[in-house]
Ligand binder design. Sequence first.
Ligand code: G3P
Ligand code: CA
Length: 254
Amino acid sequence: IASAAPGADGTGVEVIAHRGASADAPENTLAAVDEALTQGADSIEIDLQRTADGHLVLLHDSTLARTTDVATVFPDRAGEPVGGFTLAELKRLDAGSWFGPAFAGERIPTLAELLARIGDRAGLLIELKDPASYPGIEQQVADGIGAPRADLVVQSFDHDAMRRFAAVAPDVPAGWLFGTRPTEAELDAAAAVADQINPSFRVTDAELVTAVRARGMETGVYTVNSEADMRRMIDAGVHRIITDVPAALRAVLG
Ligand code: G3P
Ligand code: CA
């Protein structure tokens, strides 16, 4: 992956909008993408799942209950997994009103709609969310993104899925997510197929960043929203920071 080695002053640190600029717009919607671009994000992180009829869509949770009006539109299905709904059914849902009335009518976007909206204005960090529930999604994502672009990365907490993705899309940069601090053995395993180690900032320090770098990979931390934590991660030498507040990180980077 071509990116500047970050300096302790933050030079070269990439600003990634978490689920779009999700502090200021409803997560994983085109409104959050627009807000991320307005706030100067270098790249946009989204969560990807699949509908019952095979469409790739943006959603974080396993159900629609928190971020849509599913309980109103489909009163008996609020607890049903995302993958039980067709795209036509998902498109009936309001994915914005839960966040605020200004976003009423926002829809759940497809991957194709997302790619069209971003164009070449920012990079894209796709998280395969619960890929074990969506057999074959690795190949489908590889097909759906078309020609590899330098500013595209695919990541997941499911490292077996990332191994499958590396097999079908060896040219697309890959990230392994970690909720706990990766062990040396896990870093060694990742290095065989991954370009990035993307851990929680809570388990990340300069020692971990150095261990990742020594294996030829880069570090991107999630989800960093306070100025103090941003500064701590910049000082630790991370390459990229995933945040709900891209404008705040941009201000810290100066
Ligand atoms: O990009 C990493 C981060 O998004 C992982 O956590 O729960 O927000 O998907 P989550
Ligand atoms: Ca995510």
